[in-house]
Every structure is written in C-alpha cells, then in structure tokens.
Ligand binder design. Structure first.
Ligand code: GCO
Ligand code: MG
Length: 402
C-alpha cells in the first residue's frame, strides 16, 4: 500500500479547523487535525508546501518511520507549527491503519484499560453565585468533574468567563482583542469561589481550575495553599512553564495537584517537570504533541513518575483530535481525566463522529480507525476567517500573559 495523495481542508463552521486527509492507492483514507488556534495558515503551508510532497509513495503502515522522517528530517526540530503538522500526519496514519485492519485505534494501542473516559466540563459565571449555579447545571447533566472559572470584581473581562455560557470561544474574528488583568484582585477572590462550591455540593464532585499562565511561582504557591481545604482535582497552568525549574517553588508550598502542558509540543518541554515529579497531570494533547506516536512516549515516560494524562480538549481542537484523544485515554494505564468543551452544533454539519457522552464519561465508539469523517462539500460552505486569541495587559498597560 502506498500514500497516493493528500490534501488540507480549511473550514470555519463557527471557528477555524485545519484537517489533513491522506489517501492510499487502495482507496482507504485517514484524517488528522492540524488546527493551531490563531496561527492556522502557517500549519497549512507547512503541510502543503513541505510535508505532503515527501509523503507521496511512502507505505502508510510505517508510522514510526514517517514520524522520524518528518521530525529528524526537517533538521529544525519541535515548535507548535512543526509538531502540529507532524501530529496531523500521525493521526491520519493511525486512522488508516485502523481502517485497514478493521479495528478501532484503541485496539492498536493495547486495548481498553477502562470502560469509559472521565471528562470534565467547563462552568463559568460573572460572579460566585452564578458560577455555583452553573456548576450545579453540569452536575445535573451527569458530570463527575467540573472546571469552574468566575468573574473577578473590578476586572472587566476574565479568561474562561463567557457571555454565552454554553460556548466559551476566546478566538475572535478581526485583530486580537485586549483584556486587562489584576493578579491581586484574582488572588483575593478565587478561594471564595471554591469554598462556596464545597459548601454547596459537598466533597464528592471533582473541581478543577485554570489559572491560564497568570501567576508567578510564589503566587501559584499561595493560591494552591489557600485552595487546599477545598481539595481540587487540579489547578492548571498556574505559571507559564518555559522555566520548568520554577515548579520546584510551587511544589514546596502546596499539595494542590498541578496540571500543565496544553502549549507544550514535545517531551522536552516536560522532561524536568515529569522526572522531578513537579506536576501531577500532563495536558499536552494529541494535536500539539506530535500525534499519537509521540504522546505514547510522553505518557509512558510520565507513568514511571506517577504523572497522569489530562488532555486539553477545548473547542479549537477539532473532532479529529477529540476522537484520537479518546482512543488514547481509553487505552493508557496512567489516564487521569479528559477535558470536554463540546463544539457548537454547526460543527457537526461538517464533521461526523462515532464518539459519545453518557453520565460524565465519553466513549470513542467501535468504528475502525478514529471514527471521524469530514464532508468536504459542506466544509466549503464555511470559508476560513482570520481570528486571534486575545492579548492581555496589566492595569498599568504592561503586556502580560493571556
Ligand atoms: C483550556 C485552555 C483553552 C485555551 C485555548 C487556546 O484549558 O481549555 O486553556 O481555553 O485558552 O485552547 O486556544
Ligand atoms: Mg487551559
């Protein structure tokens, strides 16, 4: 069997998605997600101009060799653009392998380690009362785990808090919107939210929170310590993680579990974090971390050090990544939790999926391969629209982390 051709589909049903479709000479095709929020076209070019010409004629069965060819063969290693492009190829090849062998991808990854994949929902509100109500709404829908983000008095627009609660979508058409941030106001407010959540819903539900890269290590230590009585499942991205050593300081000050890595793109971004056991959950998703092949290595490495997976699953990860993640989550022993931010209804006009949700768990389905398809004619109805994530400034105007 040989790779005969490949094309990149860019579509915007409510938000932009980049999808790679690889065809074999025997009529089987596979899909991979290459969406990089706010920088989509760079991955399109990487694939069309530099990767696809090298794929033609190769045997799609040799997934590892093709992965190494694209990674080592580029000479320029790592980075979100390169690794998202490699991830797309890798996902498509696992999809093809599953279809050729007539089995779901989780079977190729060692089979089921569990019956279902625990997912967490996103609840948010403009104040504590509204957020507490929103969390209740998700618990009523059967979720066992809910992430809670809440408006901060005196801060106009806060990460994770939407006007339309069902679909928080930070990327905006046009040029990047600007937010204003106050760490002081945030730190004083956020423990009150989780105190109220525990008072209202008791000890059982898992609560999570995303600090979205806003704190210094010592501030992260403070928030982690103040949240300890409310035993969170995790705090996420409490500090930007380029400086992996900085997590030593956070660890010295709190037992609140730490999750990090949605912006990472290879094992080298987390090597110290994992080997020194400075984190509890690795969030790098299949699309960011070079596909299933590289994420297998990250998960196996993490397993040795008691670190579990907790994959990113926001709306900018396409249904193809969601499917690949669910196959992966079902199969690895050190799975922790999977983020679930459901796509807008209109996305199912373009993508069809075999995965399902029931009582707080998701299931990848038993279709051969990844169990996702794309309708290219329908995709054409939704042309690409340039959109950016916000930038963030402190109250005095200093550019800050968003
Ligand atoms: C999350 C993330 C997202 C990101 C988004 C950026 O935990 O789900 O932080 O909300 O901001 O994926 O593209
Ligand atoms: Mg996050």
């Amino acid at each position: 069997m040989k790779i005969e051709k490949a094309n990149v589909i860019v579509t915007c049903p409510g938000r932009n998605f980049v999808t790679l479709k690889i065809y074999t000479d025997e009529g089987v095709y596979g899909l991979g997600d290459a969406t990089l929020n706010g920088r989509e076209k760079s991955v399109v070019s990487y694939l069309e101009d530099h990767v696809i010409p090298c794929l033609i004629g190769r045997d799609p069965a040799n997934i590892e060799d093709i992965w190494q060819y694209l990674y080592k063969g580029a000479y320029w290693r790592r980075g979100p653009v390169t690794m998202s492009a490699i991830a797309a190829v890798d996902m498509a090849l696992w999809d093809i392998k599953g279809k050729v062998l007539d089995t779901p991808v989780y079977n190729l990854l060692g089979g089921k380690s569990r019956q279902g994949v625990m997912v967490y929902a996103h609840a948010n509100g403009s104040d504590i009362e509204e957020t507490v109500d929103e969390v209740g709404r998700y618990l009523d829908k059967g979720y066992r785990a809910v992430r809670a983000q809440c408006g901060i008095p005196g801060v106009e627009s806060v990460y994770g808090v939407s006007k339309n609660k069902e679909s928080y979508e930070p990327a905006k058409k046009g040029l990047p919107p600007e937010d204003t941030w106050s760490t002081e106001k945030y730190l004083n407010h956020i423990p009150k939210l989780f105190e109220q959540l525990r008072d209202t819903y008791g000890d059982d539900p898992h609560f999570l929170h995303d600090c979205h890269h806003r704190l210094t290590p010592i501030e992260a230590g403070r928030v982690g310590k103040e949240l300890e009585p409310f035993h969170l499942f995790w705090i996420e991205d409490c500090t930007p993680a380029e400086l992996q050593e900085s997590f030593r300081i956070i660890r010295q000050h709190t037992t609140t579990p730490l999750a990090v890595g949605e912006v990472f793109n290879s094992i080298w971004d987390a090597q110290l974090l994992i080997s020194e056991m400075l984190i509890d959950y690795i969030r790098t998703s299949i699309v960011r971390g070079g596909g299933i092949s590289h994420m297998k290595k990250i998960a196996s490495f993490a397993e040795i050090y008691h670190v579990k997976t907790g994959f990113h699953g926001a709306t900018d990860l396409s249904p193809v990544t969601m499917a690949a993640a669910l196959h992966f989550d079902l199969s690895v022993n050190n799975f922790g939790i999977q983020e679930r931010m459901p796509h807008q209804e209109i996305v199912s006009d373009v993508f069809s999926t075999a995965y399902s949700f029931d009582s707080g768990f998701m299931y990848p389905g038993d279709e051969p391969g990844l169990g996702v398809d794309i309708d290219e004619e329908k995709a054409k109805k939704y042309p690409y629209e340039r959109a950016y994530l916000p930038v963030n400034r402190k109250e005095d105007g200093t550019l800050f982390n968003w």
